[in-house]
Ligand binder design. Structure first.
Ligand SMILES: Cc1ncc(C[n+]2csc(CCOP(=O)(O)OP(=O)(O)O)c2C)c(N)n1
Ligand SMILES: CC(=O)[C@@H](O)[C@H](O)COP(=O)(O)O
Ligand SMILES: [Mg+2]
Length: 632
C-alpha cells in the first residue's frame, strides 16, 4: 500500500512532497478500483474527489475543523486518509466499513444520512455553533452539482449568505452529473461558470506561465488568484452565488491539488462563507469509468478491473417495471413519467427513450416532483413518479397536502422498498407503509411477483381521484406465486383446511408466508395464507376472515411501527374482532449495512423463524383470547 500506510492521520499529508502526494493519489485510485471491483460501491464519485479530498485535509484541520460530505457516497478518500486504509477491504461488507461516513468508525466522520442536499444545512448549524461558542474552528462542506439541485441546499444558502462571520467554506464538487448529466437552470448556470472559453484559456495560460517560474511561480499564482477573481468578473458572468451575497472562488481545476489548496486557503482566509467551485470529472483516472456513458461508474456492481466489464446482472424488479411503463405509455397517452435524477436506477430510461416529451427528470428534488405531479394530474394527465422508497420520505407533506388533499391521481412507484442493505440505515425503504397509512384516500399496493406488479400498476393508473402507491424491493423478483382463490381483493395462496392461523404475506413477504405455511402444515396446523395486494385501505374480507381464525400473523418488509400489521390490528379492533395478531416486520431501528438476505435473516423475516414463533404463540393462546365462537 506504500505511502498510504504512512497516513495514520490527515495531518501526515502535510509532510508529503508534491511528488509523494501525486503518488499517493494514484495509490488511492488503485486501491479504490480494486476494492470496489469486488465489494461494489461508489467508484465514479470517489475517483473524482481524490485531489479535492487530499487538498481539503491539508488545508483544514479535521476533526477539529469539520468536513461534511453531502450524500456521503464520495467519502472513501476521506476514510483512507483518516486512518482507515487498513480496513478498506471490508467496504460495504457486513460488520465492515460503511460506504458512507460513520460516526462509529471515526471522529472525522459526522453526517451518516445518505439523503442528498443536506450538507449545507448541517454546515450552517455547525458554523453558527462554533461562532456562538467562540471556537476558532472551520466547517468545510462538499456538495455535488447534483445535490445542489435539491431545494434544501438553497434554503441553507439563503441562510448562510447572511452569516457574515461564519467560518464556512462550501466546496461545490461540480462534475456536471448526478447519475446522468445534471439538469436544470442551476446546472446551466454552473456550466456557464466552468466553461467560459475566454476565462479558461486565459487562466490556463497564466497558470502555465507562472508555474514555470521557479520559486515565485506558485506565490505569484496565488496572488493572481484574487486578480483572477476580478478577471473572472470581466470574462465570466457572476450571478448565481454572488448575487446571494456569497463570496465565490473559482472555478478551479479540482484535479489540480495545488490549485485547490490555493483556493481553499484563500477561502479560509476570507473569514466568512465562501463558495469554492471545483471542476472535477466522475471516474477520473480510470478509463472504463470515465468512458462509462450511462453514469461513469456511479455505483458499479462487481466488474473486471482490466476491462471495466461489469459482471452480468439478472433482471431485477426495476427492469420489469421499466417494461410495464412502456406498455402503459403506449396504451395511455396521458401517462407521464417523473424521476428525481435517477432515470436509469428507477427504470424510466426505456419510457424516456420511447416518450421523451412525456418524461421529466426534475433533479434531486423529490418534493418538487410530488407537487409538480399533482399539477400534472390537475392538468389532466396521469403522472407516475418513480422513486426509491426512502427518498419519498422527503416529500411526505407534498404527498399529503398537495396530492391527497386535492385527490390528485398521481401514482408513486417505490423501488428499493423494504430492506435494501448495502447502503446502510438511511437507504432502507422501511418507512413508506407506515408514513403513508395516515394519508386520507391514498391507496397502497405491494405486489408479490411480476404478474401482480403488472396487475397492480394497471389498477393504480386507473385511479384518477386519489394518489396510489405501488412498492417493490431491491433485487430479483421471485417466480410467480399462483393464486388459488380470492378473498375480497386479496389473493389466497394457501388454504389447508382448519382455520388456526391466517397469515397475511405483504408484497415480497408473500413468499415467506408460503414458507411459513409449509412448516405449519407439517405440524398439522390449519393455515390460510393471503396476499392483500392492496394493503391500504384494509380489505374488509380479510377482517372477516380473521374472525374465523385463532391467530393472525402479518409479515411485511416495512418497519413494524404503524405498518400494515398495525393498521390491520386497528381494523380488527374497530370491527370488534378479537383474534390476536402477531406482527412481523423490520424492527423500528436504524439497521447497519449488510446484504439484504443477511439482514432479513438477522431480523427474523424468514419462514423458519416466523413458523416457530407462530407455533409458540398458538400454544400460549388461552380461551379468553379466542374468538367467541371457537372452543378448544
Ligand atoms: C434525496 C436523495 N435523492 C436521491 C438520491 C440518490 N443519489 C445518490 S448520489 C446521487 C447523485 C448525486 O450527484 P452529485 O451530488 O452531483 O454527486 P456526485 O455523485 O456527482 O459526486 C443521487 C441522485 C439521494 N442520495 N438522496
Ligand atoms: C448513493 C445513493 O443514494 C445511490 O447511489 C444508492 O447507492 C443506490 O444504490 P442502488 O441503486 O444500488 O440500490
Ligand atoms: Mg455531480
Amino acid at each position: 500500500m506504500g505511502l498510504l500506510e504512512r497516513i495514520a492521520a490527515p495531518q501526515d499529508l502535510r509532510d508529503l512532497s508534491d511528488d509523494q502526494l501525486d503518488l499517493l493519489a494514484s495509490e488511492i485510485r488503485d486501491l479504490m478500483i480494486r476494492t470496489v471491483a469486488t465489494n461494489t460501491g461508489h467508484l465514479g464519485p470517489n475517483l473524482g474527489v481524490v485531489e479535492l479530498t487530499l487538498a481539503m485535509h491539508r488545508v483544514f484541520d479535521s476533526p477539529s475543523d469539520k468536513i461534511v460530505f453531502d450524500t456521503g457516497h464520495q467519502s472513501y478518500v476521506h476514510k483512507l486518509v483518516t486512518g482507515r486504509a487498513g480496513d478498506f477491504d471490508t467496504l460495504r461488507r457486513e460488520g465492515g466499513m460503511s460506504g458512507y461516513p460513520s460516526r462509529s468508525e471515526s471522529d472525522h466522520d459526522l453526517v451518516e444520512n445518505s439523503h442528498a442536499s443536506t450538507a449545507l444545512s448541517y454546515a450552517d448549524g455547525l458554523a453558527k455553533a462554533f461562532t456562538i461558542r467562540g471556537e476558532d474552528r472551520h466547517v468545510a462542506a462538499v456538495i455535488g452539482d447534483g445535490a445542489l439541485t435539491g431545494g434544501m441546499a438553497w434554503e441553507a444558502l439563503n441562510n448562510i449568505a447572511i452569516q457574515h462571520d461564519s467560518r464556512l467554506v462550501i466546496v461545490v464538487n461540480d462534475n456536471g452529473r448526478s447519475y446522468t448529466p445534471t439538469i436544470g437552470g442551476l446546472a446551466t448556470a454552473l456550466t456557464s461558470l466552468r466553461t467560459n472559453p475566454r476565462y479558461e484559456v486565459l487562466l490556463d495560460m497564466v497558470k502555465r506561465r507562472l508555474n514555470a517560474v521557479p520559486g515565485i511561480g506558485a506565490v505569484a499564482y496565488d496572488a493572481l488568484h484574487a486578480v483572477k477573481k476580478g478577471l473572472k468578473d470581466a470574462v465570466a458572468p457572476q450571478g448565481l452565488f454572488e448575487d446571494l451575497g456569497l463570496k465565490y472562488v473559482g472555478p478551479v481545476d479540482g484535479h489540480d491539488r495545488h490549485a485547490v489548496e490555493q483556493a481553499l486557503a484563500s477561502a479560509k482566509r476570507f473569514g466568512g462563507p465562501v463558495i469554492v467551485h471545483a471542476i472535477t470529472r466522475k471516474g477520473y483516472g480510470y478509463d472504463p469509468a470515465e468512458r462509462h456513458e450511462a453514469d461513469q461508474f456511479h455505483s458499479p456492481g462487481p466488474f473486471d478491473v482490466q476491462t471495466g466489464a461489469e459482471k452480468p446482472k439478472g433482471r431485477i424488479w426495476t427492469d420489469h417495471f421499466s417494461d410495464a411503463m412502456v406498455r402503459l405509455g403506449e396504451r395511455r397517452p396521458d401517462i407521464v413519467g417523473i424521476t428525481a435524477a435517477m432515470m436509469h436506477p428507477v427504470g424510466l430510461d426505456a419510457f424516456q427513450a420511447r416518450f421523451p416529451e412525456r418524461t421529466f427528470d426534475v433533479g434531486i428534488a423529490e418534493q418538487h416532483a410530488a407537487t409538480s405531479a399533482a399539477g400534472l394530474a390537475m392538468g389532466g394527465l396521469h403522472p407516475v413518479f418513480a422513486v426509491y422508497a426512502t427518498f419519498l420520505n422527503r416529500a411526505f407533506d407534498q404527498v399529503l397536502m398537495d396530492c391527497a388533499l386535492h385527490r390528485a391521481g398521481v401514482t408513486f412507484v417505490l423501488d428499493r422498498s423494504g430492506v435494501t442493505g448495502d447502503d446502510g440505515a438511511s437507504h432502507n425503504g422501511m418507512w413508506d407503509m407506515s408514513l403513508l397509512q395516515v394519508v386520507p384516500g391514498l391507496r397502497l399496493a405491494a405486489p408479490r411477483d411480476i404478474t401482480r406488479l403488472n396487475e397492480l400498476l394497471d389498477e393504480a393508473v386507473e385511479v384518477d381521484d386519489a394518489p396510489t402507491v405501488v412498492r417493490f424491493p431491491k433485487g430479483p423478483p421471485p417466480e410467480d406465486i399462483p393464486t388459488i382463490d380470492r378473498l375480497g381483493n386479496a389473493d389466497v395462496l394457501v388454504r389447508n383446511g382448519t382455520k388456526d392461523v391466517l397469515v397475511l404475506g405483504v408484497g415480497s413477504m408473500a413468499e415467506v408466508a408460503v414458507g411459513v405455511a409449509e412448516r405449519l402444515t407439517a405440524q398439522g396446523i390449519g393455515v390460510t395464507v393471503a396476499d392483500p395486494r392492496w394493503v391500504k385501505p384494509v380489505d374488509p374480507a380479510l377482517v372477516e376472515a380473521a374472525a374465523d381464525h385463532r391467530l393472525v400473523v402479518t409479515i411485511e418488509d416495512n418497519g413494524v411501527a404503524g405498518g400494515v400489521g398495525s393498521s390491520f390490528l386497528q381494523a380488527l379492533t374497530a370491527a370488534d374482532v378479537r383474534t390476536p395478531v402477531r406482527i412481523h416486520g423490520i424492527p423500528q431501528e436504524f439497521l447497519d449495512h449488510a446484504k439484504r438476505p443477511k439482514i432479513l435473516e438477522a431480523i427474523g423475516l424468514t419462514p423458519q423463524a416466523i413458523a416457530l414463533d407462530t407455533i409458540d404463540r398458538l400454544a400460549t393462546l388461552t380461551p379468553e383470547s379466542l374468538p367467541r365462537d371457537v372452543s378448544i
